[in-house]
Design a protein around this ligand. Structure first.
Ligand code: B12
Ligand code: SF4
Length: 524
C-alpha cells in the first residue's frame, strides 16, 4: 500500500507565528508529530509519504501515487482539512481522518471514509488490515487510552526538518487537574501517562543524529503532571546533554504549581529548559475558583511567575476573558497583571466552550450554547452567550490585545523578563559562572537583518523598535539573541492585532449596515 499522510494548512492566527517565522527563514513552527507517530505505527511493508501543507504544496502527483490518504488536524484546521478530504475523494481515494479534531466534531461532519477518534496506538494495526482487505470500519475508537510504552519512535525521515523552527517530542499525555473549560482531560484523560526515559532519549538521539541543534518542544499537556517521574527524566536529560555536549534548549507546558517545587525548577534549568507555557487564565481569583482552576488560587500569581523566571525560564502565559465572573474592570486588571508579570508572549483568548468539555455541557444545560465554535479563541467569535454583554466583551478583548501588543508595552514586558532571567555575564548565578552568549550568531544574524528592514525601516513603530534594539545591544548584550527573537515575535503579534482590529471594524461596519438596511426595509 502507498500511504499519503497529509497535514492541512493552519489559518493565520496568533498561534501560527507566521509573520515571525518569515524572519527566521522557516515555514512553520512545528512538524505534525501525530502523523509522524501514525506513520511509524503503519505496517513496515507500506510505502509512506508525508505532505505538511504548511511547508509545501500538495501536488496531484502525490495523490496519483497514493492508495490511501491519512489526514490529521485540530479543530481550527477544519476548513482546510475538509477541502483536502474533498480533493482526495473526488479522485476516488480512500480517506482516513484522525487527530484532535475527531474528538470535537461528529465523525459524519468530517466527510471521510474512516474516522479514528482519539489516540491511535492500539488501533492502527486493525485499521491497516481493514484498509488492505477493504473491510475497514467507518469509525474506530479505542475502549482504553494506550500506555505510552506502545507509542513508537516517530518517523522523522518523512519531514523536511529544516523548514521548521522547533522539533517536538512528547513525554506524557493527560493532566491530573480538572479545569472546567479544558478538553485535554476529556481527550487524553486525568491520569498522566509517561514514556520511559529511554524512549525520550531515543527520540532526542534521533534528532541529534539528524543534525538538529535547535529548540525542542516537549509537547506535553502538563509536563509536571507526575512530578516525580518528570524529575527522573530531567536528571537523565541533563546527563544526556553533558554526554553529547549538545546545547539543546527545551520548552514545554506545565501547570503553575511548578512554582511550589524549587527542586523541579532547578532540575528544569539544569536540563536546559528555557521557556515554559503556563495556563494562568485570569488574575481574578473568583474566576479561577469558578472554572475549578484551584491550583492557581491562594497564591500570588505574580510571585509564582517571577520565581519561575528566576530559574532562567521565560514564562509564556495563556489567559482567558469571558468567564461568568468577569466584571467590566477585568480588561484593565488583565493588562495591568500581564505588564507586571514580564510575560512577553501572553496568549489572551476569549473563552470557548469546546464540545465535549464540562463547560460545554453546563452551558448547554443552561441553554447558552450558540454553536460548536471554530477552535480559535483569538478570532473574537463567541460560541456561547456570556454573562457580560457580548459586544462589550469582544470590544474589551480587542482593547486588551491592542494595549498589550502596542510596541511600547510589549518591549517593556520583554525588558522586565530579561532583567529577571538573564544575569549579567561574570556574575554568579546559583554558584555557576555565567558565560556571555555570542553577541551574534549566523542564525540570529538573518533574523536581525530582516527585523531591521521590516521593523526598523518600514515598521509603523520604528522609534520604540530602535530604542529597544539599542537597549538589547547594550544593557542586554549577554542575551542579545533572545532579545532579538522576542522582537521578531512581537512583530507577529503586532501584525495579528492589527488584522484583528481591522476584521472587527469590518464586522462592526457590516452589522451597522445590516441594521440600517433592516430599519429602512421595516420603515423604522
Ligand atoms: C504542539 C501543539 C501545538 C503546536 C503546533 C503543532 C503542530 N504542528 O501540529 C502549536 C503551539 C503551534 C499549537 C497551536 C495551536 N493549538 Co495546539 N497543541 C499542541 C499539543 C501540545 C501537542 C501536539 C502533538 O504533537 N501531540 C503529539 C501527537 C503524537 O499526538 P496527536 O497529534 O494527538 O496524535 C495522536 C492521535 O491524535 C492520533 N492521530 C493524530 N493524527 C492522526 C491521523 C490519523 C489518520 C490517525 C489514524 C490518527 C491520528 O494518533 C496519534 C497517536 O496516538 C496538543 C496537545 C496534545 N496533547 O496533543 C495541542 C492541541 C492539539 N492544540 C490545540 C489548540 C486548540 C491549538 C490552537 C488552536 C490554540 C489557539 N487557541 O490558537 C493553536 C492553533 C494553531 C494555529 N496555527 O493557529 C488543541 C486542539 C483541540 C482540538 N479539539 O482540535 C490541543 C489538543 C490542546 C488542547 N487544549 O486541547 N499547538
Ligand atoms: S491544568 Fe491545563 S491541561 Fe490541566 S486540566 Fe487545567 S487547563 Fe487542562
Amino acid at each position: 500500500m502507498n500511504a499519503l499522510l497529509i497535514y492541512p494548512e493552519f489559518p493565520d492566527t496568533f498561534w501560527s507565528f507566521k509573520h515571525a517565522l518569515k524572519f527566521l527563514g522557516k515555514r512553520a513552527a512545528q512538524p505534525p508529530l501525530g502523523l509522524m507517530t501514525v506513520a511509524a505505527l503503519l505496517p513496515r511493508s507500506w510505502k509512506k509519504r508525508l505532505v505538511d501543507t504548511n511547508v509545501e504544496r500538495l501536488r496531484d502527483r502525490d495523490l496519483a501515487w497514493a492508495d490511501v490518504v491519512l489526514v490529521s488536524g485540530m479543530h481550527i484546521q477544519r476548513e482546510s482539512l475538509l477541502s483536502v478530504v474533498e480533493r482526495c475523494r473526488s479522485r476516488g481515494l480512500r480517506t482516513v481522518v484522525g487527530g484532535p479534531i475527531t474528538s470535537s466534531l461528529p465523525a459524519a461532519e468530517l466527510k471521510a471514509d474512516h474516522v479514528v477518534i482519539g489516540e491511535a496506538e492500539s488501533l492502527i494495526a486493525d485499521l491497516a488490515l481493514g484498509l488492505e482487505q477493504g473491510t475497514a470500519k467507518p469509525v474506530y475508537q479505542a475502549s482504553e487510552r494506550p500506555e505510552m510504552a506502545t507509542s513508537p519512535l516517530p518517523d522523522l525521515s518523512l519531514i523536511k526538518m529544516k523548514r521548521y523552527s522547533t522539533m517536538t517530542v512528547q513525554y506524557s499525555r493527560g493532566c491530573p487537574f480538572n479545569c472546567e473549560f479544558c478538553d485535554i482531560i476529556e481527550i487524553y484523560g486525568r491520569r498522566p501517562r509517561t514514556k520511559a526515559v529511554a524512549q525520550v532519549l531515543a527520540e532526542l538521539d534521533q534528532l541529534r543524529l539528524a543534525g538538529w541543534r535547535d529548540t525542542v518542544f516537549i509537547v506535553d499537556d502538563n509536563f509536571i503532571g507526575n512530578k516525580s517521574r518528570a524529575k527522573d527524566l530531567l536528571r537523565a536529560l541533563a546527563e544526556w546533554r553533558r554526554e553529547y555536549k549538545i546545547e539543546f534548549d527545551f520548552l514545554t507546558e506545565a501547570s503553575l504549581n511548578l512554582a511550589d517545587d524549587p527542586e523541579l525548577m532547578q532540575l528544569m534549568k539544569d536540563a536546559g529548559f528555557k521557556s515554559v507555557f503556563l495556563g494562568i487564565e485570569t488574575p481574578d481569583e473568583s474566576g479561577l475558583v469558578a472554572c475549578n482552576k484551584l491550583q492557581n488560587t491562594r497564591r500570588s500569581l505574580l510571585d509564582s511567575v517571577a520565581l519561575i523566571q528566576s530559574y532562567g525560564m521565560q514564562v509564556m502565559g495563556g489567559f482567558i476573558l469571558g468567564f461568568d465572573t468577569d466584571r467590566e474592570d477585568i480588561f484593565d486588571r488583565m493588562v495591568d497583571f500581564i505588564q507586571k508579570s514580564g510575560i512577553p508572549i501572553a496568549m489572551v483568548g476569549l473563552l470557548q466552550a469546546m464540545p465535549g468539555t464540562q463547560l460545554f455541557r453546563r452551558l448547554h444545560q443552561e441553554g447558552r450554547i450558540v454553536d460548536s465554535g471554530g477552535g480559535n479563541n483569538t478570532d473574537s467569535k463567541l460560541n456561547f452567550l456570556p454573562h457580560m454583554d457580548a459586544a462589550k466583551l469582544v470590544e474589551g478583548y480587542r482593547s486588551v490585545m491592542k494595549r498589550l501588543y502596542s510596541s511600547g508595552a510589549y518591549y517593556e514586558r520583554v525588558k522586565v523578563y530579561l532583567n529577571r532571567t538573564q544575569p549579567k555575564p561574570g556574575k554568579r548565578a546559583g554558584g555557576e559562572r555565567v558565560k556571555s552568549q555570542p553577541w551574534i550568531t549566523p542564525d540570529n544574524l538573518r533574523a536581525l537583518v530582516n527585523s531591521i528592514v521590516r521593523q526598523g525601516i518600514f515598521g509603523r513603530q520604528r522609534w520604540s523598535y530602535w530604542k529597544f534594539l539599542a537597549a538589547a545591544a547594550t544593557r542586554y548584550r549577554s542575551c542579545f539573541g533572545v532579545a532579538m527573537t522576542l522582537a521578531v515575535m512581537g512583530y507577529h503579534f503586532q501584525v495579528m492585532t492589527r488584522k484583528m482590529s481591522k476584521a472587527l471594524d469590518v464586522a462592526a461596519l457590516t452589522a451597522v449596515a445590516e441594521e440600517a438596511s433592516v430599519s429602512e426595509t421595516s420603515g423604522l
